[in-house]
Design a protein around this ligand. Structure first.
Ligand SMILES: [Zn+2]
Length: 195
């Protein structure tokens, strides 16, 4: 059994495997405990190398699937927005629109925190407007997903994939790994999938 890091009770672990056309198996693990502790992570079983995916956000790409591992950094350079891995980051599977919606939530939170500062509120409102326009297909933005561990993926023919240099990869945060499942053998992974 694996004890909960918060309360010590036994953790519930679920694993889901996704077969993806170009990146092989993607494994999504989620760990939870009765006390409310939760953690999710995604691991790409093949092609482990530092990667960067770049995709133009427009009507044709809004529904492209995005798998962001806890080691993935997401950026929208035109708006100066970035989500880096942190101790509380969770893996998620969503689409480009879902990523934009997450940014909307983050910027709305920033707006509330800065409600005394007229200038910052104005900047937040401008960013929110541009995110909404992008979701309507009226403005083209760029979405960049970088992962030094190669566990994040944008599944689309419109996404440009490149290998990161060692230097670029070393500047990225990798987040926290609670359970190292990448060290497991194929056989062990198969067994875990049946749980
Ligand atoms: Zn617990």
């Amino acid at each position: 059994m694996i004890p909960c890091p918060i309360c010590g009770r036994e953790l519930r672990i679920t694993m889901t495997t996704y077969e993806t056309p170009f990146f092989g198996k993607v494994l999504l693990t989620s760990i939870s405990c009765e006390c409310g502790f939760k953690h999710a992570d995604a691991v790409v079983a093949e092609f482990k190398e530092p990667v960067r995916f770049t995709i133009k956000v427009n009507k044709d790409t809004l529904f492209a699937k995005v798998i962001r591992s806890t080691s993935g950094t997401i950026r929208i350079p035109e708006l100066g927005l970035e989500v880096e891995p942190g101790p509380a980051s969770q893996a998620f599977i969503t689409n480009v629109e879902g990523v934009l919606m997450r940014f909307v939530e983050i910027v709305e939170m920033a707006k509330r925190w800065n409600e005394e500062d007229e200038e910052k509120v104005k900047i937040c409102e401008e960013i929110l407007e541009r995110l909404r326009r992008a979701m309507e297909g009226e403005e083209e933005l760029t979405l960049i997903l970088e992962d030094p561990l190669g566990n994040s993926v944008i599944l689309s023919n419109d996404a440009f994939r490149e290998r990161l240099s060692e230097e670029e990869a070393s500047k990225l945060k990798t987040g926290m790994t609670i359970m190292d499942i990448t060290g497991l053998s194929e056989e062990e992974l198969m067994r875990l999938e049946k749980l």
